[in-house]
Each structure stands twice: as structure tokens, then as C-alpha cells.
Design a protein around this ligand. Structure first.
Ligand code: UD1
Length: 426
């Protein structure tokens, strides 16, 4: 299995291009199932998760083709045509690799009136049930049965528009409900909808495919069902988690970088927090400039929240930043119940962190020390990269496949910005 070696202690400088968002690309890919015409995604990142989703779509009979961009981080072109669908079963072997596979449920059900989807796997960051997805499909008139680890969903006469009222904000369940409702008969209202930019991106693409949607970006989305959708070309939104991760890389290492192809409004909750640590992030013509001088970051407290709050997907990375801060920081995780798995690894690098329930208390240390480490989830692994970039000595990161799920050309991008980082192939 590949590993990543980092020699820490170098400030970052130069440009880092930001790729299209993984969490936008995956639901957009699932949306191709809603039409027999071609959906073209540009600025599509080349990531393991995009590969898994392509494989799953091909197992249904979708024609897929991906052409990489000319340079790293330039974004590729992904063509998806769900013309000859031969199968509506999402197999356990494909779904277990990635939770976002569950997003095929809504589109398959809406267009074909049936779907059999394995219960998902994905990162081990908590129980992560799918009850809200199922509740949404039932509200839209589907019959749902659970059998041997599979969800059997059917709506023989098609789905019917309805009120989908979520008791809890869920990104994936909102996306599944939104896609399903585009082809339902009549009007649907999604109440307590998630407001993440990736949902707005999905809604815009669906609208370009002929869907009738209003209220995107608010907690109440209205959809007037249509008979059929058509193809379109859509540019995937920039990745706000990648943007925030590299901004935090500058915060922990010091330096002066420009993140290009992204925008400050995607990380609105992150910028004031970076400022509190002593890192300036400002909009430029090309994206965001991030700067911190040589002094240690200052401690800061944060709590994860659904968008527009501070994202849970940046919690681990921010913990690496404040691990070397002057003072004591508190980080509260409110979205997932088991998302501190990076803590024992940061401790091995010399951090001083105590976890009390849903809160980590971080007493900043003067410096971290390189060590062999590994994480069991994607964002946790990226926090170890940040810690390694700042640490004294050498860090070896194991289980790189987690990083490959969500960060395009990570070593290339960081090396070009002056970091000493390389992949050890095995
Ligand atoms: C998405 C993101 C993930 C991010 C998360 C929260 C993608 C592909 N993944 O995941 O990177 O960390 O949003 O911002 O976009 N829940 C239920 N029942 C359900 C569904 C969710 O109880 O049916 C709970 C979850 O366990 C969790 C909370 O709701 O505690 C939020 O999860 P959700 O927003 O659904 O996350 P995902 O869509 O899985």
C-alpha cells in the first residue's frame, strides 16, 4: 500500500489550484440516472471516489468516459449517459466502498420505479444511518423493505410529490429527496433541507436538465415534478474542503499562498477562525490569498455545524493547526459521534489533546514531532498531512487510500508550494 513521506518545517509559498468538489461531483454523477440523455461534468476531479461512483454507474449500464485536464488540478471532463439501463441493483461490493453510493436510490426509483441498493459503508466516523433517505422516499410514495442488507424500494406507478419533512439536517438525504422529486408527479416541498453549496450546485445542474426547483440554498426547497429531464453540461463547484485544508496548511506552516479557482464565500465560517489564529485570508481575482508570518498560531475555539457553520469535514485539519498554537483551544463535534479518530495519531506526534465527550481540548505545544501515523478516515488523514508539514523531522502517513478518495494530486500541489512531500509506491 502506498505511503506518504513528509519532511516538515517548510513555510508554503506560491499557488495551489483547487479542484472540483468531491462532494458535489458524486451527487451530480448520480443525477445522470434521471435522464437517457448525456450529462457532461467539467471541472470533475480525478479521485478514487469518482472512480467508485463510475464503476457503480457502469454496473447499471451507464456509459462513462473521463478525460483528465491538461495539468494537475485542472479538472477533467466526465461524460455520463444512462441510455441503456440494464440493472437497478447497487451491489454490496460496490456500495460498501463509499457511502455516497446510496445517492443512486432516489434517481433510480424516480426514473425506473424500482431500486435495490445495499446499505452503505464508507468512512468509519459513526453510525451514519440512512433512515432519513428512506423516510424521504416513503414520503414520495415508495414502498421500502429491508432484506439481507439491501434496501428494496419500489414505486410502480412512479413517485408522487409530497412534503418531505426532515427532523435532522442531512446533506445526502436532501440530495436523494431533491433528485427523486424532480420526476415525481406534482409538487414536493423539502423542509429542513440542508443548505450546503454542493446541494445548490446539484440543484442548478438539475434545473439545467429541465427540473423546476426553487428555494435552493434555503432550508425549504420546492420542486415541481416534470415528465422527463434532458442532458446538459455543468461545471462542478470548487472544493471548499480542499480550499479550507490548504488554507489551514498555510496557517500551520506559515507562508504566503494563493488558492486559485475557488472563492472565499465557500469558506465563510473558516476565514474569521483563521483570523483568530493569526492567519489572514482575503479574496483575490483568482481565488483566495492566505498568509501567516512565522509566529505560532493563536488558540481558538470552534463547534462544527451544518452549512453555513464551520464544516465537520475541516474539524480534524483545524485540530492540527491549534495543536501548535499558543494557548488552549476547544473543538466541539456536533455532526458525527465518532470523529476524533485522528486524536491518538496527533498525540503520537507530540500533541496535547484530551477528548471529553463531543469536545476535544487542545493545549498547544511549541512543535510537533514527525512519526509514522495512519488515520481511519479521509479528513483525519489530511489533518495528519498538515501536522507532518509543520512537524520537526519525518512523518510517514500510512493508508494513503483514504487521502486518494478526496484530495486530487495532494503531493504535487503541496510540493509545488514548497513542501517536502512524496509518495512511496508499493
Ligand atoms: C455529507 C458529506 C460528508 C460530510 C457530511 C456532513 C458527501 C458525499 N459527504 O455526508 O463529507 O461530512 O455530509 O457535512 O457529501 N443521519 C441520520 N440519518 C440519515 C442520514 C444522516 O441520522 O439517514 C445523520 C448522520 O449520522 C450525521 C448527520 O445526520 O450524524 C449528518 O449526516 P449527513 O449530512 O447525512 O452526511 P452525509 O450526507 O453522509
Amino acid at each position: 500500500m502506498d505511503r506518504i513521506r513528509i519532511k516538515g518545517g517548510k513555510p508554503l509559498k506560491g499557488e495551489i489550484p483547487i479542484s472540483g468538489a468531491k462532494n458535489a461531483a458524486l451527487p451530480l454523477m448520480a443525477a445522470c440516472l434521471l435522464t437517457d440523455k448525456k450529462l457532461t461534468l467539467i471541472n470533475a476531479p480525478w479521485l478514487a471516489d469518482v472512480g467508485f461512483m463510475s464503476e457503480l454507474l457502469r454496473s447499471f449500464g451507464v456509459e462513462t468516459s473521463y478525460v483528465r485536464g491538461p495539468g494537475f488540478g485542472e479538472g477533467g471532463r466526465l461524460d455520463l449517459t444512462a441510455r441503456n439501463i440494464v440493472n437497478t441493483t447497487a451491489d454490496y461490493d460496490l456500495v460498501r466502498k463509499m457511502r455516497a453510493s446510496f445517492l443512486v436510490l432516489g434517481p433510480l426509483l424516480a426514473r425506473f420505479g424500482q431500486a435495490k441498493v445495499s446499505l452503505p459503508g464508507g468512512c468509519a466516523i459513526g453510525a451514519r444511518p440512512v433512515d432519513l433517505h428512506l423516510r424521504a422516499m416513503q414520503a414520495l410514495g415508495a414502498d421500502i423493505q429491508l432484506e439481507e442488507g439491501y434496501v428494496l424500494a419500489s414505486a410502480k406507478g412512479g413517485l408522487t410529490g409530497a412534503l418531505v419533512d426532515f427532523p435532522l439536517v442531512s446533506v445526502g438525504a436532501t440530495e436523494n429527496a431533491l433528485m427523486a422529486a424532480t420526476l415525481a408527479r406534482g409538487k414536493s416541498v423539502i423542509d429542513n433541507a440542508a443548505r450546503e453549496p454542493e446541494i445548490v450546485d446539484l440543484g442548478r445542474c438539475l434545473s439545467a436538465m429541465g427540473a423546476r426547483i426553487s428555494g435552493l440554498g434555503t432550508s425549504c426547497i420546492e420542486i415541481e415534478g416534470v415528465e422527463a429531464l434532458h442532458g446538459t453540461q455543468h461545471a462542478v463547484l470548487p472544493d471548499r474542503i480542499e480550499t479550507g485544508t490548504y488554507a489551514m496548511a498555510a496557517a500551520i506552516c506559515g507562508g504566503d499562498i494563493e488558492l486559485t479557482g475557488t472563492s472565499a464565500d465557500l469558506i465563510g465560517a473558516v476565514i474569521p477562525l483563521l483570523a483568530a489564529t493569526g492567519t489572514a485570508a482575503v479574496s483575490t481575482n483568482l481565488g483566495i490569498s492566505v498568509r501567516r508570518n512565522g509566529v505560532r498560531p493563536t488558540a481558538a475555539d470552534v463547534s462544527t455545524e451544518p452549512f453555513p457553520g464551520f464544516p465537520t469535514d475541516l474539524q480534524a485539519q483545524f485540530m492540527a493547526v491549534v495543536a501548535t498554537a499558543e494557548g488552549r483551544s476547544h473543538i466541539k463535534e456536533t455532526i458525527f459521534e465518532n470523529r476524533f479518530m485522528h486524536v491518538p495519531e496527533l498525540l503520537r506526534m507530540g500533541a496535547d489533546i484530551q477528548v471529553q465527550g463531543d469536545t476535544a481540548i487542545i493545549q498547544g505545544v511549541e512543535y510537533l514531532k514527525g512519526a509514522p501515523v495512519m488515520a481511519t478516515d479521509l479528513r483525519g488523514s489530511s489533518s495528519l498531512v498538515l501536522a507532518g508539514l509543520a512537524a520537526e523531522g519525518e512523518t510517514i502517513i500510512n493508508r494513503v487510500y483514504h487521502l486518494d478518495r478526496g484530495f486530487e494530486c495532494l503531493e504535487e500541489k503541496l510540493s509545488a508550494a514548497g513542501a517536502e512531500i512524496e509518495r512511496l509506491k508499493e
